[in-house]
Design a protein around this ligand. Structure first.
Ligand SMILES: [Zn+2]
Length: 277
């Protein structure tokens, strides 16, 4: 334990931090961040590249100071409201845009417009990954080989690892609620995260909003990664409007009517994993 404490002190010193902050704030310290970018033109450019720009006719996109980080509201087929805080992270913009596009291109009506959370997050996570494969996204980071883009990739790996720790905790807590503090410490200490006062575990935003939700991101990321590979291998190697056509017909148009497991089956590879899960 003493060794770990010393390692933390060294890490803190090398990062030039007065105290080790929480996981989210630490991600921001990894490397250079992208320069300022205009959210609305960037969203248009990525949607145009992937043939989904028609969806923007029904999406009202606003990025303003004082807003919540990212929020999508479905007020009807032609009135999808996407609100972002001022200067959002690029990945967040495209994640939320995925939610908005999925709703805007949903041909279902009434209660079928209410997407299951698994499908909804597969749209968000999936479009985030698809956007990251476009030259327009690379341009925000000053090119594919730039220091900011490299830092973003490292950040992505750590963010995925954080999600997995959170997912493990969520699943174990779902099965057994007798000792949440012990579970919390065990799940997060695997990643050498100092949890501090473990009785504060309910303060994690996901636990307080919806105690069993993080699995949606894990499923969404798996389906999203398989979708990107499928598009590159079977639709067009480089991002193109053909991607949007495939996504609209196979994922977005039949919103809640086709369960995520059957949408994923259209990709082939993921079917056995999801059915076992
Ligand atoms: Zn989301």
């Amino acid at each position: 334990m003493e060794e770990q404490a010393e390692e933390r002190r060294q890490a803190q010193k090398s990062l030039g931090l007065r105290s080790l902050p929480d996981w989210y704030s630490l991600l921001g310290e990894i490397g250079p961040t992208p320069g300022q970018f205009e959210v609305v033109p960037a969203a248009h450019a990525v949607l145009e590249r992937t043939g989904l720009d028609s969806a923007l006719g029904g999406v009202h996109l606003e990025a303003e100071p004082g807003r919540a980080a990212g929020f999508v509201l479905d007020c009807g087929p032609h009135d999808i409201r996407l609100s972002l805080r001022e200067s959002p992270a690029p990945a967040l913009v495209f994640h939320e845009l995925g939610h908005a596009v999925g709703r805007a291109l949903n041909r279902d009506a009434d209660i079928l417009r209410l997407l299951p959370t698994s499908t909804d997050e597969a749209f968000g996570e999936g479009f985030e990954l698809i956007a990251e494969a476009t030259p327009e996204f690379e341009a925000i980071y000053g090119g594919a080989s730039g220091a900011a883009r490299r830092a973003h990739r490292v950040e992505g790996v750590l963010e995925n690892a954080r999600l997995v720790a959170s997912f493990n905790f969520e699943m174990k807590l779902w099965e057994d609620q007798s000792a949440p503090e012990d579970l919390y410490r065990n799940c997060y200490s695997e990643m050498d995260i100092d949890v501090g006062d473990e009785t504060l575990w309910p303060l994690d935003s996901f636990r307080s909003l919806d105690p069993v939700y993080v699995h949606n991101y894990i499923l969404g990321r798996l389906v999203g990664a398989a979708t990107l590979t499928f598009l590159q291998d079977h639709v067009s190697r480089e991002p193109s409007p053909l991607w949007g056509q495939w996504l609209t017909h196979n994922f977005y148009a039949d919103g809640a009517k086709t369960p995520l497991v059957d949408k994923a089956a259209r990709l082939g590879a993921l079917d056995p994993f999801l059915r076992e899960a």
